[in-house]
Design a protein. Structure first.
Length: 323
């Protein structure tokens, strides 16, 4: 697992999410982001697609924004040209400044730096404490899942469509690509700004980065100081839904209990199901949901014992294994 979230990695994913229009979780966030994103931030959008494709030199996995920008500026120009060709930014340039990057044009590089800085300032700078809190909650939960269920289940659990084909792990990308790790290993990097399929970013001379959607994306994150660790991990609505599902409920029953629309209840239940926290059964026209053993474990671990008025930090109390 990565030790820290990577600002430039999250920035690139945030900008690609901004261009996507199919994710209802980010609908309001996208509307606000479009309003606050200044014109000087928009050139970098020319280099990014909605499929998670972009030049690797744009998002080095550094722990700080300034450090990351230094790394971007020092990218060898041969690597810049190679990456721009890989993502076809040179073959189908939408702006003249893109070709200037490959030609080591100073003004083009200054334009890129201004664009990335303005985008980070408007989209992520104020939200970064929430990103860090969500990242830490995700890593804590995922590490516990790894210890309890093993590596194979953890890797397939990063996507509802993942599967093992022999010793090859297959994810559903937007394009066909095969990557051999050659013994270098993988670092798991959760993202709070990306909800599509996992992305793999090879790193020169080191382990590949497997970027995957965190259980709770940024729009569903509470403030970092929330006293309930289950709320911090899942968001208020999904945490309440998970607790309701210690007894069986239909989708319409969940909608009434949580005072949300049936489509919203169905979407939240699907997210919990994809995370293996609940199971769903269909009987005729009725759809019923119920906690899995993992979901019950999470509720147990986040609930203080009688007489303790405040919940302990997530992961500090051993979870009781349900019968």
């Amino acid at each position: 697992m990565a030790d820290e979230p990577a600002p430039l990695m999250e920035l690139g994913l945030a900008l690609m999410t901004l261009k996507r229009r199919s994710d209802p979780v980010f609908g309001q966030w996208r509307h606000r982001a479009q309003r606050v994103l200044p014109p000087q931030a928009r050139p970098v959008l020319d280099l990014l697609s909605t499929t998670g494709t972009g030049p690797l030199f744009l998002d080095p996995p550094t722990a700080g924004f300034a450090e990351g920008m230094d790394t971007v500026r020092s990218t060898p120009r041969a690597s810049v040209r190679s990456e721009l060709l890989r993502v076809r930014a040179l073959e189908r340039p939408r702006a003249s400044w893109v070709r200037g990057l490959a030609d080591d044009d100073r003004e083009s590089w200054q334009l890129l730096e201004r664009s990335m800085t303005a985008a980070y300032t408007s989209l992520l700078a104020d939200a970064w404490p929430r990103v860090r809190a969500g990242f830490q909650a995700e890593v804590a939960w995922r590490a516990r899942h790894l210890a309890r269920h093993g590596l194979l289940a953890t890797l397939t659990g990063l996507s509802s469509s993942a599967r093992w084909n022999g010793m090859t792990l297959e994810y559903p990308p937007a394009y066909d690509r095969e990557i051999r790790l050659t013994g270098q290993g993988v670092v798991l990097l959760p993202s709070l700004l990306w909800t599509a399929y996992p992305l793999l970013a090879p790193q020169p001379g080191g382990p590949a980065l497997l970027i995957y959607p965190a259980v709770t994306p940024l729009p569903l994150q509470d403030a970092p100081a929330t006293p309930d660790p289950l709320n911090a991990l899942l968001g208020t609505t999904r945490a309440a839904m998970l607790r309701l599902l210690t007894t069986q409920h239909t989708t319409s029953g969940l909608a009434r209990a949580l005072d949300i629309s049936p489509p919203a209840a169905s979407m939240q239940a699907r997210t919990l199901r994809d995370a293996r926290l609940i199971t769903t059964q269909r009987e005729g026209k009725s759809v019923s949901h119920y906690c899995t053993a993992l979901g019950l474990d999470m509720i147990t671990a986040s609930t203080p014992p009688l007489g303790d008025p405040s919940p302990a930090p997530y992961g500090t109390r051993p979870a009781r294994s349900p019968a």
